[in-house]
Design a protein around this ligand. Structure first.
Ligand code: UTP
Length: 408
Protein backbone atom coordinates (compact mmCIF):
# COMPACT_ATOMS: atom_id res chain seq x y z
CA UNK A 1 0.00 0.00 0.00
CA UNK A 2 1.42 3.44 -0.90
CA UNK A 3 0.91 6.76 0.91
CA UNK A 4 -2.09 7.80 -1.21
CA UNK A 5 -3.88 4.51 -0.73
CA UNK A 6 -3.21 4.59 3.00
CA UNK A 7 -4.50 8.17 3.23
CA UNK A 8 -7.66 7.22 1.38
CA UNK A 9 -8.33 4.26 3.65
CA UNK A 10 -7.79 6.40 6.77
CA UNK A 11 -9.95 9.22 5.40
CA UNK A 12 -12.87 6.82 5.06
CA UNK A 13 -12.73 6.24 8.82
CA UNK A 14 -11.69 9.78 9.88
CA UNK A 15 -8.28 8.53 11.06
CA UNK A 16 -5.89 10.66 8.93
CA UNK A 17 -3.96 11.74 12.05
CA UNK A 18 -2.21 8.36 11.87
CA UNK A 19 -0.04 9.81 9.08
CA UNK A 20 0.76 13.07 10.88
CA UNK A 21 4.47 12.21 11.42
CA UNK A 22 4.97 10.59 8.01
CA UNK A 23 7.32 13.33 6.73
CA UNK A 24 9.67 12.77 9.69
CA UNK A 25 9.94 9.01 9.25
CA UNK A 26 12.75 6.95 7.74
CA UNK A 27 12.16 4.56 4.85
CA UNK A 28 11.68 1.43 7.01
CA UNK A 29 9.39 3.21 9.46
CA UNK A 30 7.21 4.47 6.61
CA UNK A 31 7.02 0.97 5.23
CA UNK A 32 6.03 -0.45 8.63
CA UNK A 33 3.30 2.14 9.13
CA UNK A 34 1.83 1.68 5.66
CA UNK A 35 1.78 -2.09 6.13
CA UNK A 36 0.03 -1.73 9.48
CA UNK A 37 -2.59 0.58 7.96
CA UNK A 38 -3.16 -1.93 5.17
CA UNK A 39 -3.64 -4.81 7.61
CA UNK A 40 -5.84 -3.01 10.14
CA UNK A 41 -9.60 -3.41 10.28
CA UNK A 42 -10.83 0.10 11.15
CA UNK A 43 -14.48 -0.94 11.01
CA UNK A 44 -14.37 -1.84 14.70
CA UNK A 45 -13.68 1.81 15.64
CA UNK A 46 -17.07 2.93 14.43
CA UNK A 47 -18.64 0.70 17.11
CA UNK A 48 -17.72 3.25 19.79
CA UNK A 49 -20.68 5.38 18.70
CA UNK A 50 -23.22 2.60 19.25
CA UNK A 51 -21.52 1.22 22.32
CA UNK A 52 -24.65 1.15 24.50
CA UNK A 53 -26.78 -0.81 22.02
CA UNK A 54 -24.09 -3.11 20.71
CA UNK A 55 -25.03 -6.52 22.09
CA UNK A 56 -28.73 -6.68 22.99
CA UNK A 57 -29.64 -9.62 25.23
CA UNK A 58 -32.28 -12.25 24.54
CA UNK A 59 -34.63 -13.89 27.00
CA UNK A 60 -32.64 -15.08 30.03
CA UNK A 61 -33.73 -18.23 31.89
CA UNK A 62 -32.02 -20.56 34.36
CA UNK A 63 -29.96 -23.51 33.11
CA UNK A 64 -29.53 -26.86 34.83
CA UNK A 65 -26.15 -27.18 36.52
CA UNK A 66 -24.45 -30.45 37.45
CA UNK A 67 -23.84 -29.75 41.11
CA UNK A 68 -21.29 -31.27 43.51
CA UNK A 69 -23.44 -34.11 44.99
CA UNK A 70 -24.38 -35.37 41.52
CA UNK A 71 -20.74 -35.28 40.44
CA UNK A 72 -19.60 -37.03 43.63
CA UNK A 73 -22.09 -39.86 43.02
CA UNK A 74 -20.71 -40.52 39.54
CA UNK A 75 -17.09 -39.55 40.15
CA UNK A 76 -15.60 -42.98 39.44
CA UNK A 77 -17.57 -43.53 36.24
CA UNK A 78 -16.77 -40.05 34.86
CA UNK A 79 -13.11 -40.23 35.85
CA UNK A 80 -12.73 -43.56 34.06
CA UNK A 81 -14.25 -42.14 30.86
CA UNK A 82 -12.07 -39.03 31.10
CA UNK A 83 -8.86 -40.99 31.65
CA UNK A 84 -9.65 -43.25 28.71
CA UNK A 85 -10.11 -40.23 26.44
CA UNK A 86 -6.85 -38.68 27.68
CA UNK A 87 -4.92 -41.93 27.19
CA UNK A 88 -6.33 -42.22 23.67
CA UNK A 89 -4.88 -38.75 22.91
CA UNK A 90 -8.33 -37.24 22.44
CA UNK A 91 -7.89 -34.36 24.89
CA UNK A 92 -5.75 -31.26 24.42
CA UNK A 93 -5.37 -28.15 26.56
CA UNK A 94 -5.32 -24.54 25.39
CA UNK A 95 -3.71 -21.94 27.62
CA UNK A 96 -5.03 -18.46 26.87
CA UNK A 97 -2.03 -16.28 27.58
CA UNK A 98 -2.42 -13.50 25.04
CA UNK A 99 -3.91 -10.95 27.44
CA UNK A 100 -2.11 -7.82 28.57
CA UNK A 101 -2.82 -8.24 32.28
CA UNK A 102 -3.01 -4.45 32.63
CA UNK A 103 -4.71 -4.63 36.04
CA UNK A 104 -1.76 -6.52 37.48
CA UNK A 105 0.44 -3.71 36.25
CA UNK A 106 3.44 -5.75 35.13
CA UNK A 107 4.92 -5.24 31.67
CA UNK A 108 5.87 -8.90 31.42
CA UNK A 109 3.40 -11.64 30.39
CA UNK A 110 1.18 -12.57 33.35
CA UNK A 111 2.43 -16.15 33.38
CA UNK A 112 5.99 -15.10 34.26
CA UNK A 113 4.76 -13.34 37.41
CA UNK A 114 6.36 -14.84 40.50
CA UNK A 115 3.89 -15.44 43.35
CA UNK A 116 6.45 -17.30 45.48
CA UNK A 117 7.38 -16.08 48.97
CA UNK A 118 10.26 -18.34 50.00
CA UNK A 119 11.01 -19.72 46.54
CA UNK A 120 10.16 -19.07 42.90
CA UNK A 121 6.59 -20.00 41.99
CA UNK A 122 5.74 -18.56 38.60
CA UNK A 123 2.13 -18.53 37.39
CA UNK A 124 3.04 -20.65 34.33
CA UNK A 125 4.80 -23.08 36.66
CA UNK A 126 1.67 -23.49 38.84
CA UNK A 127 -0.40 -24.29 35.76
CA UNK A 128 2.11 -26.79 34.40
CA UNK A 129 2.33 -28.47 37.80
CA UNK A 130 -1.45 -28.86 37.84
CA UNK A 131 -1.42 -30.33 34.36
CA UNK A 132 1.41 -32.68 35.33
CA UNK A 133 -0.84 -34.13 38.06
CA UNK A 134 -3.17 -35.40 35.33
CA UNK A 135 -0.28 -36.54 33.13
CA UNK A 136 0.90 -38.71 36.01
CA UNK A 137 -2.60 -39.99 36.76
CA UNK A 138 -3.27 -40.86 33.11
CA UNK A 139 0.32 -41.88 32.36
CA UNK A 140 0.00 -39.99 29.09
CA UNK A 141 1.17 -36.59 27.85
CA UNK A 142 -1.54 -34.07 27.07
CA UNK A 143 -0.86 -31.74 24.12
CA UNK A 144 -0.71 -28.16 25.37
CA UNK A 145 -1.33 -25.24 23.01
CA UNK A 146 -0.32 -21.82 24.29
CA UNK A 147 -1.89 -18.70 22.79
CA UNK A 148 0.30 -15.60 22.96
CA UNK A 149 0.05 -12.21 21.28
CA UNK A 150 2.38 -9.94 19.35
CA UNK A 151 3.08 -8.17 22.66
CA UNK A 152 4.31 -11.17 24.63
CA UNK A 153 5.12 -14.05 22.25
CA UNK A 154 8.91 -14.00 22.38
CA UNK A 155 9.11 -13.43 26.14
CA UNK A 156 6.67 -16.28 26.75
CA UNK A 157 8.44 -18.78 24.49
CA UNK A 158 11.88 -17.82 25.86
CA UNK A 159 10.62 -18.16 29.42
CA UNK A 160 9.33 -21.69 28.84
CA UNK A 161 12.60 -22.65 27.22
CA UNK A 162 14.72 -21.08 29.93
CA UNK A 163 12.71 -22.91 32.62
CA UNK A 164 12.79 -26.18 30.62
CA UNK A 165 9.03 -26.18 30.41
CA UNK A 166 8.84 -26.74 34.17
CA UNK A 167 9.25 -30.47 33.59
CA UNK A 168 6.66 -30.72 30.81
CA UNK A 169 7.53 -32.57 27.61
CA UNK A 170 8.39 -29.81 25.12
CA UNK A 171 7.34 -32.06 22.22
CA UNK A 172 3.77 -31.65 23.46
CA UNK A 173 3.83 -27.86 23.69
CA UNK A 174 2.86 -25.64 20.72
CA UNK A 175 2.73 -21.86 20.72
CA UNK A 176 0.50 -19.80 18.44
CA UNK A 177 -0.33 -16.12 18.27
CA UNK A 178 -3.65 -14.31 18.32
CA UNK A 179 -4.52 -11.24 16.27
CA UNK A 180 -4.36 -7.63 17.35
CA UNK A 181 -6.99 -4.87 17.07
CA UNK A 182 -6.51 -1.08 17.06
CA UNK A 183 -6.99 0.73 20.37
CA UNK A 184 -8.69 4.12 20.38
CA UNK A 185 -9.49 7.13 22.54
CA UNK A 186 -13.04 7.67 23.80
CA UNK A 187 -14.07 9.36 20.56
CA UNK A 188 -12.96 6.41 18.47
CA UNK A 189 -9.69 7.93 17.18
CA UNK A 190 -6.96 5.32 17.08
CA UNK A 191 -3.99 6.13 19.33
CA UNK A 192 -0.41 6.21 18.09
CA UNK A 193 2.07 4.22 20.14
CA UNK A 194 5.05 5.62 18.24
CA UNK A 195 5.28 7.95 15.26
CA UNK A 196 5.17 4.97 12.94
CA UNK A 197 2.90 2.53 14.82
CA UNK A 198 -0.74 2.62 15.84
CA UNK A 199 -1.57 1.41 19.36
CA UNK A 200 -2.94 -2.10 19.25
CA UNK A 201 -4.25 -4.56 21.78
CA UNK A 202 -4.80 -8.30 21.60
CA UNK A 203 -8.27 -8.81 20.11
CA UNK A 204 -9.71 -10.75 23.04
CA UNK A 205 -9.70 -14.43 23.92
CA UNK A 206 -12.65 -15.30 21.62
CA UNK A 207 -10.56 -15.71 18.49
CA UNK A 208 -8.45 -18.54 19.86
CA UNK A 209 -9.70 -21.29 17.55
CA UNK A 210 -9.57 -19.07 14.49
CA UNK A 211 -5.97 -18.22 15.37
CA UNK A 212 -5.24 -21.93 15.81
CA UNK A 213 -6.55 -22.44 12.28
CA UNK A 214 -4.47 -19.57 10.90
CA UNK A 215 -1.33 -21.00 12.47
CA UNK A 216 -2.00 -24.50 11.15
CA UNK A 217 -2.41 -25.78 14.71
CA UNK A 218 -6.00 -26.84 14.08
CA UNK A 219 -4.78 -29.19 11.31
CA UNK A 220 -2.19 -30.58 13.66
CA UNK A 221 -4.95 -31.27 16.20
CA UNK A 222 -7.07 -33.02 13.62
CA UNK A 223 -4.20 -35.20 12.48
CA UNK A 224 -3.34 -36.10 16.06
CA UNK A 225 -6.95 -37.17 16.67
CA UNK A 226 -7.65 -34.60 19.40
CA UNK A 227 -11.43 -34.40 19.86
CA UNK A 228 -11.71 -32.16 22.92
CA UNK A 229 -9.94 -28.94 23.85
CA UNK A 230 -9.84 -27.68 27.42
CA UNK A 231 -9.48 -23.91 27.18
CA UNK A 232 -8.35 -22.12 30.33
CA UNK A 233 -7.15 -18.75 31.59
CA UNK A 234 -3.58 -18.04 32.57
CA UNK A 235 -4.48 -16.29 35.78
CA UNK A 236 -6.21 -18.96 37.88
CA UNK A 237 -3.35 -20.59 39.76
CA UNK A 238 -5.57 -23.37 41.15
CA UNK A 239 -6.90 -24.21 37.71
CA UNK A 240 -7.40 -27.96 37.22
CA UNK A 241 -6.62 -28.69 33.60
CA UNK A 242 -7.87 -31.70 31.59
CA UNK A 243 -9.58 -32.78 34.81
CA UNK A 244 -10.55 -36.41 34.05
CA UNK A 245 -13.88 -36.27 35.93
CA UNK A 246 -14.91 -33.06 34.11
CA UNK A 247 -13.84 -34.53 30.76
CA UNK A 248 -15.76 -37.73 31.50
CA UNK A 249 -18.91 -35.89 32.58
CA UNK A 250 -18.90 -33.76 29.42
CA UNK A 251 -18.45 -36.81 27.20
CA UNK A 252 -20.98 -38.95 29.10
CA UNK A 253 -23.67 -36.28 28.86
CA UNK A 254 -22.94 -35.82 25.16
CA UNK A 255 -22.51 -32.07 25.65
CA UNK A 256 -21.01 -29.85 22.95
CA UNK A 257 -19.12 -28.00 25.67
CA UNK A 258 -18.49 -28.34 29.39
CA UNK A 259 -18.09 -25.23 31.54
CA UNK A 260 -16.62 -25.30 35.02
CA UNK A 261 -18.64 -23.12 37.37
CA UNK A 262 -18.46 -22.09 41.01
CA UNK A 263 -21.23 -21.06 43.40
CA UNK A 264 -21.31 -17.26 43.50
CA UNK A 265 -20.48 -15.55 46.79
CA UNK A 266 -23.27 -12.99 46.31
CA UNK A 267 -25.96 -12.33 43.67
CA UNK A 268 -24.05 -9.25 42.49
CA UNK A 269 -20.60 -10.85 42.42
CA UNK A 270 -18.62 -9.72 39.38
CA UNK A 271 -18.57 -13.01 37.48
CA UNK A 272 -20.57 -14.09 34.43
CA UNK A 273 -23.42 -16.46 35.37
CA UNK A 274 -24.48 -19.50 33.35
CA UNK A 275 -27.99 -19.29 31.93
CA UNK A 276 -30.12 -20.06 28.92
CA UNK A 277 -30.58 -17.18 26.49
CA UNK A 278 -33.38 -17.61 23.97
CA UNK A 279 -33.28 -21.30 24.83
CA UNK A 280 -29.54 -21.76 24.14
CA UNK A 281 -26.71 -22.00 26.66
CA UNK A 282 -25.20 -18.63 27.45
CA UNK A 283 -23.46 -16.49 30.03
CA UNK A 284 -24.99 -13.35 31.43
CA UNK A 285 -22.24 -10.89 32.32
CA UNK A 286 -22.39 -9.32 35.79
CA UNK A 287 -23.11 -5.88 34.30
CA UNK A 288 -26.15 -7.34 32.52
CA UNK A 289 -27.56 -8.81 35.76
CA UNK A 290 -30.72 -6.85 36.47
CA UNK A 291 -32.16 -6.71 40.03
CA UNK A 292 -34.88 -9.15 38.84
CA UNK A 293 -32.28 -11.68 37.70
CA UNK A 294 -30.35 -11.27 40.95
CA UNK A 295 -33.47 -11.93 43.00
CA UNK A 296 -34.91 -14.71 40.80
CA UNK A 297 -35.32 -18.09 42.53
CA UNK A 298 -35.70 -21.67 41.31
CA UNK A 299 -38.74 -23.79 42.29
CA UNK A 300 -36.90 -25.01 45.38
CA UNK A 301 -36.10 -21.47 46.47
CA UNK A 302 -32.42 -21.31 45.45
CA UNK A 303 -30.96 -18.34 43.52
CA UNK A 304 -31.68 -19.01 39.85
CA UNK A 305 -28.39 -17.59 38.51
CA UNK A 306 -26.06 -18.81 41.20
CA UNK A 307 -23.19 -20.30 39.22
CA UNK A 308 -20.35 -18.23 37.80
CA UNK A 309 -17.98 -19.29 35.03
CA UNK A 310 -14.23 -19.46 35.75
CA UNK A 311 -12.92 -19.55 32.18
CA UNK A 312 -12.38 -23.27 32.01
CA UNK A 313 -14.28 -24.83 29.12
CA UNK A 314 -14.05 -28.17 27.36
CA UNK A 315 -14.99 -27.73 23.70
CA UNK A 316 -15.75 -30.52 21.25
CA UNK A 317 -13.49 -29.91 18.27
CA UNK A 318 -16.06 -30.87 15.62
CA UNK A 319 -18.45 -28.23 16.96
CA UNK A 320 -15.70 -25.61 16.97
CA UNK A 321 -15.08 -26.24 13.32
CA UNK A 322 -18.76 -25.59 12.66
CA UNK A 323 -19.09 -22.38 14.65
CA UNK A 324 -15.78 -20.76 13.82
CA UNK A 325 -17.07 -18.85 10.82
CA UNK A 326 -19.81 -17.21 12.87
CA UNK A 327 -19.07 -13.64 13.86
CA UNK A 328 -18.88 -13.36 17.62
CA UNK A 329 -20.10 -10.13 19.23
CA UNK A 330 -17.48 -7.44 19.77
CA UNK A 331 -17.04 -6.01 23.24
CA UNK A 332 -15.69 -2.56 23.86
CA UNK A 333 -13.52 -2.53 26.95
CA UNK A 334 -12.01 0.49 28.73
CA UNK A 335 -8.26 0.11 29.12
CA UNK A 336 -5.05 1.96 29.87
CA UNK A 337 -3.50 2.46 26.43
CA UNK A 338 0.05 3.80 26.02
CA UNK A 339 0.05 6.67 23.49
CA UNK A 340 1.90 9.67 22.05
CA UNK A 341 0.78 13.03 23.42
CA UNK A 342 0.38 16.22 21.37
CA UNK A 343 4.12 16.87 21.65
CA UNK A 344 4.87 13.43 20.21
CA UNK A 345 6.11 12.07 23.58
CA UNK A 346 5.18 8.58 24.82
CA UNK A 347 2.77 8.46 27.77
CA UNK A 348 1.90 5.45 29.96
CA UNK A 349 -1.46 6.34 31.53
CA UNK A 350 -2.28 5.51 35.17
CA UNK A 351 -6.01 5.34 34.47
CA UNK A 352 -8.03 3.94 31.56
CA UNK A 353 -7.91 6.39 28.65
CA UNK A 354 -9.72 4.63 25.84
CA UNK A 355 -11.19 1.51 24.34
CA UNK A 356 -9.97 -1.79 23.04
CA UNK A 357 -12.09 -4.20 21.05
CA UNK A 358 -12.45 -7.82 22.03
CA UNK A 359 -14.23 -11.01 21.15
CA UNK A 360 -14.75 -13.28 24.13
CA UNK A 361 -14.56 -17.04 24.49
CA UNK A 362 -17.75 -17.01 26.57
CA UNK A 363 -19.73 -15.88 23.51
CA UNK A 364 -18.80 -19.15 21.80
CA UNK A 365 -20.98 -21.01 24.30
CA UNK A 366 -24.11 -19.38 22.93
CA UNK A 367 -23.32 -20.68 19.44
CA UNK A 368 -23.48 -24.27 20.67
CA UNK A 369 -26.52 -26.47 21.08
CA UNK A 370 -25.73 -27.86 24.51
CA UNK A 371 -23.53 -27.07 27.49
CA UNK A 372 -22.81 -28.86 30.73
CA UNK A 373 -22.28 -26.38 33.57
CA UNK A 374 -20.16 -28.42 36.00
CA UNK A 375 -19.73 -27.24 39.56
CA UNK A 376 -16.32 -27.32 41.25
CA UNK A 377 -15.35 -26.49 44.82
CA UNK A 378 -14.57 -22.83 44.73
CA UNK A 379 -11.71 -22.70 47.22
CA UNK A 380 -10.01 -25.65 45.59
CA UNK A 381 -10.13 -24.56 41.96
CA UNK A 382 -10.57 -20.83 41.73
CA UNK A 383 -7.78 -18.43 42.63
CA UNK A 384 -7.70 -15.80 39.89
CA UNK A 385 -5.00 -13.17 39.81
CA UNK A 386 -6.35 -10.01 38.22
CA UNK A 387 -5.04 -7.33 40.59
CA UNK A 388 -1.98 -6.80 42.73
CA UNK A 389 -3.92 -6.46 45.98
CA UNK A 390 -7.49 -6.91 47.22
CA UNK A 391 -10.12 -9.00 45.42
CA UNK A 392 -8.79 -11.56 42.92
CA UNK A 393 -5.23 -10.57 43.58
CA UNK A 394 -1.78 -11.99 44.16
CA UNK A 395 -2.57 -11.76 47.90
CA UNK A 396 -5.89 -13.64 47.74
CA UNK A 397 -4.42 -16.29 45.41
CA UNK A 398 -1.51 -16.85 47.81
CA UNK A 399 -3.96 -17.43 50.67
CA UNK A 400 -5.87 -19.95 48.58
CA UNK A 401 -2.65 -21.73 47.55
CA UNK A 402 -1.71 -22.06 51.21
CA UNK A 403 -5.18 -23.39 52.02
CA UNK A 404 -4.58 -26.09 49.40
CA UNK A 405 -1.18 -27.06 50.75
CA UNK A 406 0.81 -25.46 47.96
CA UNK A 407 4.18 -24.20 49.18
CA UNK A 408 5.08 -20.71 48.09
P1 UTP B 1 -8.68 -10.94 31.15
O1 UTP B 1 -10.08 -10.70 30.83
O2 UTP B 1 -8.32 -10.97 32.60
O3 UTP B 1 -7.82 -9.86 30.38
O4 UTP B 1 -8.24 -12.29 30.47
P2 UTP B 1 -6.28 -9.44 30.45
O5 UTP B 1 -6.06 -8.63 29.23
O6 UTP B 1 -5.36 -10.62 30.61
O7 UTP B 1 -6.14 -8.59 31.79
P3 UTP B 1 -6.50 -7.06 32.08
O8 UTP B 1 -7.98 -6.95 31.93
O9 UTP B 1 -5.75 -6.22 31.08
O10 UTP B 1 -6.03 -6.83 33.49
C1 UTP B 1 -8.76 -13.55 30.78
C2 UTP B 1 -7.90 -14.59 30.08
O11 UTP B 1 -7.97 -14.42 28.67
C3 UTP B 1 -6.67 -14.23 28.14
C4 UTP B 1 -5.83 -13.74 29.30
O12 UTP B 1 -4.46 -13.98 29.06
C5 UTP B 1 -6.43 -14.53 30.44
O13 UTP B 1 -5.93 -15.84 30.44
N1 UTP B 1 -6.73 -13.26 27.04
C6 UTP B 1 -7.35 -12.08 27.22
C7 UTP B 1 -6.15 -13.59 25.86
O14 UTP B 1 -5.55 -14.68 25.70
N2 UTP B 1 -6.23 -12.68 24.84
C8 UTP B 1 -6.83 -11.49 24.97
O15 UTP B 1 -6.86 -10.71 24.00
C9 UTP B 1 -7.42 -11.18 26.19
Amino acid sequence: MNYQEAYKKLEKYGQQHVLQYYEELGEEEREALLTQIEQTDFDVLSLCEKKETLNPRGKIEPIKVMELPEIEAKKEEYTKIGLEAIRAGKVGAVLLAGGMGTRLGSDAPKGVYNIGLTKDVFIFQRLIENLLDVVRQAEAWIPLYVMTSDKNHDTTVNFFEEKQYFGYNADYVTFFMQDMAPAADYSGKVYLETKYKMSTSPNGNGGWFLSMMKWGVADQIKQAGVEWLNVFAVDNVLQRIADPCFVGATIATDSAVGAKVVAKTAPDEKVGAMCLEDGKPSIVEYYDMTPELMEAKTKDGKPAYNFGVILNYLFRVKDLVEIVEKKLPLHIVEKKIPYLNGAGEPVKPEEPNGYKFEQLVLDMIHELSSCLPYEVVRNREFAPIKNKTGVDSVESARELCKENGIEL
